[in-house]
Design a protein around this ligand. Structure first.
Ligand code: ATP
Ligand code: MG
Length: 559
């Protein structure tokens, strides 16, 4: 159960509200049971009172009548407020869980998060956190309130008959402890498997949909579909097992409650016929048993979710226990202010390997860019150019070595200052699902439509805005116009040209562009960078003519 501890600690924040929720549920349960008890007593007592005129005249109908009404009103009110309080507490708990998960997730580097498949991370933070709300609503609250209810009922019943109280204790023990424990024993493994299979199914369906074209082109679609069907079949097998267990446990608890009732009826009829117990009291005690059975019967089934909850908690913990290796200073070091002048970049003895791998991608790399200098690094594919960009932007920390900007180590910059110091175009550009304008303004929210149109024209994207400003409302991204590879790249370049940063870092700026467009785009970049420091990572030759220096990758890290 230790996997649940981090979340149980979060429960402390909602403890008063949860305690109130448990109290209200307990009151609702007692009111429901006492409604049955008083009604049972009242009906049989009034029936007996009606046998003679004398007793009928003297029988007090009003007090038990008021008791019935009081219990019924209390039950309704308590149930209503219990729902309000418990649901509110659950939403607050979920908020705490989500916020604390996100706080831990945010500082994790892209390199760490890349290890999770897209659907997997989504599953952990949506479905798994949702599953955790069952812990309070379906387990903690019902078990505590039912146990308290049973205790109160046993104390009450033992005033009338120790034997009947003992039978009740046995039934309660079976319903609250033994059968739930058996259900947990046989259900936690399939529960965990269901949780895993759902995750598997979801990620494979997301993979299937996002990679559909590739699957069809490569003729792998039927095999992939078969894999999904296979996952689905496994899920159904585990669900079938759970349904069977659920049926068996329901049957067991229902049979047990029936047997308890029979035993209660049998013993109380003996007690009544021997004059030890009045008839109406017997009816009352039997109806109390029926009332408590209703609260106990759902408990064993609820225990089935514990396996699922534990697995969800484990999966979330696995992400949360990842060490955040990137932390930004909160207060800027005095000299690290943003300078509008070109900045210099000094990289010394930089070494890096990806987590979990042994080979160094960067091995004692040295590079110096003077303020305003334009430098290109060329290298074969996979040599480590984009990795270098990751380290410059602090997507991850180097294993050793130093990166300085304006003689200050990059790790002494606040995140804001660092982002404003460099305009970066990564190799993979993401087009957000939104308008063309939204996709450009995220780089500079102050740019006006005229600037955006001028920029698009400069980058040979004039056809995207041939109707002027209204075309900036065109939706692009997954649910709009799907941009070509070269168009996407130029949106990335436009984002860089919209920022007023002294350093510009470009990863393959002209990939996917025809030579005429490439020429135009490169001129726009060089013009923009006239008094900025520019570092280009490329294996295309066209931009090299504009550079002050060109370094082959091997030159930067001689063996
Ligand atoms: P290209 O010119 O094709 O863009 P590149 O020079 O930019 O290549 P990088 O993307 O920096 O190359 O990758 C360098 C090497 O690191 C590659 O061999 C790549 O497979 C490996 N690599 C990249 N990301 C990871 C990762 N998260 N874990 C392990 N290895 C990785
Ligand atoms: Mg690259």
């Amino acid at each position: 159960m230790k996997e649940l501890l981090p979340f149980l600690r979060l429960y402390k924040r909602c403890l008063p509200q949860m305690a109130l929720g448990v109290l209200l549920t307990f009151i609702a349960l007692l009111a429901a049971v006492s409604l049955l008890a008083i009604s049972g007593w009242f009906l049989s007592a009034s029936a007996l009172a009606g046998l003679t005129l004398m007793t009928a005249k003297t029988f007090n109908f009003f007090t038990p009548g008021a008791g019935v009404r009081g219990s019924s009103i209390t039950r309704t009110a308590a149930r209503y407020f219990e729902r309000v309080v418990n649901h509110d507490a659950t939403f607050k708990l979920l908020t705490h869980i989500r916020v604390s998960c996100y706080k831990k997730l945010e500082p994790l580097t892209l390199v760490v998060l890349q290890n999770y498949r897209q659907g997997d991370l989504f599953n952990r933070f949506v479905t798994d956190t949702d599953t955790l709300d069952h812990l309070y609503l379906r387990l903690i609250s019902p078990f505590i309130t039912t146990a308290l209810g049973c205790l109160s009922v046993v104390i009450f019943v033992q005033f009338f008959s120790g034997m009947l109280a003992l039978i009740m204790i046995l039934f309660f023990l079976a319903g609250i402890v033994i059968i739930p424990a058996v259900v947990y024993r046989f259900g936690h493994h399939p529960g965990e498997q269901i949780s895993d299979q759902i995750k598997q199914l979801r990620t494979s369906i997301i993979d299937y949909i996002s990679g559909y074209t590739d699957l069809v082109i490569n003729g792998a679609e039927p095999a992939f579909k078969a894999l999904i069907t296979d996952n689905e079949k496994k899920l159904y097998q585990y669900e079938e097992h759970m349904a069977f267990l659920s049926g068996i446990s329901s049957a067991a608890i229902t049979i047990l409650s029936g047997l308890t009732l029979l035993a209660m009826i049998g013993i109380s009829s003996v007690l009544v016929s021997s004059g030890i117990m009045p008839g109406p009291v017997a009816a009352m005690l039997i109806l109390i048993t029926i009332g408590m059975s209703e609260a106990i019967i759902p408990l064993p089934q609820a225990m089935q979710v514990l396996g699922k909850i534990k697995r969800s908690a484990m999966r979330i913990n696995a992400v949360l226990q990842q060490k955040a290796n990137i932390t930004f200073v909160k207060e800027p070091v005095k000299t690290n202010t943003i300078s509008s002048d070109a900045a210099d970049i000094d990289i010394t003895h930089l070494s890096y390997r990806y987590p979990g791998t042994t080979g160094f991608i960067l091995n004692d790399l040295n590079l110096h860019l003077l303020p305003g200098e334009k430098v290109a690094i060329t290298g074969h594919t996979g040599c480590g150019k984009s990795t270098l960009l990751n380290l410059l932007t602090r997507a991850d920390n180097p294993e050793s070595g130093q990166i300085n900007i304006n003689q200050q180590p990059v790790d002494t910059f606040t995140e804001n200052v660092l982002r404003q110091t460099m305009a970066v175009m990564p190799q993979r550009i993401h087009i957000f699902n939104g308008t063309l304008r939204d996709n450009l303004l995220l780089a500079n929210s102050h740019a006006n439509d005229e600037q955006l149109i001028a920029l698009l024209t400069q980058l040979n994207l004039h056809y995207l805005c041939k109707n002027g400003k209204s075309d900036l409302n065109t939706r692009i991204g997954t649910t709009g116009r799907v941009l070509s590879g070269g168009e996407t790249r130029r949106i990335g370049i436009a984002r860089v040209l919209l920022q007023d940063a002294p350093i510009v870092l470009l990863d393959e700026p002209s990939e996917g562009l025809d030579s005429l467009t490439e020429e135009k785009v490169l001129k726009a970049i060089i013009n923009f960078c006239s008094n900025r420091t520019l570092l280009v990572l490329t294996h295309k030759p066209a931009i090299l003519q504009y550079m002050d220096k060109i370094y082959p990758w091997e030159y930067l890290q001689p063996e």
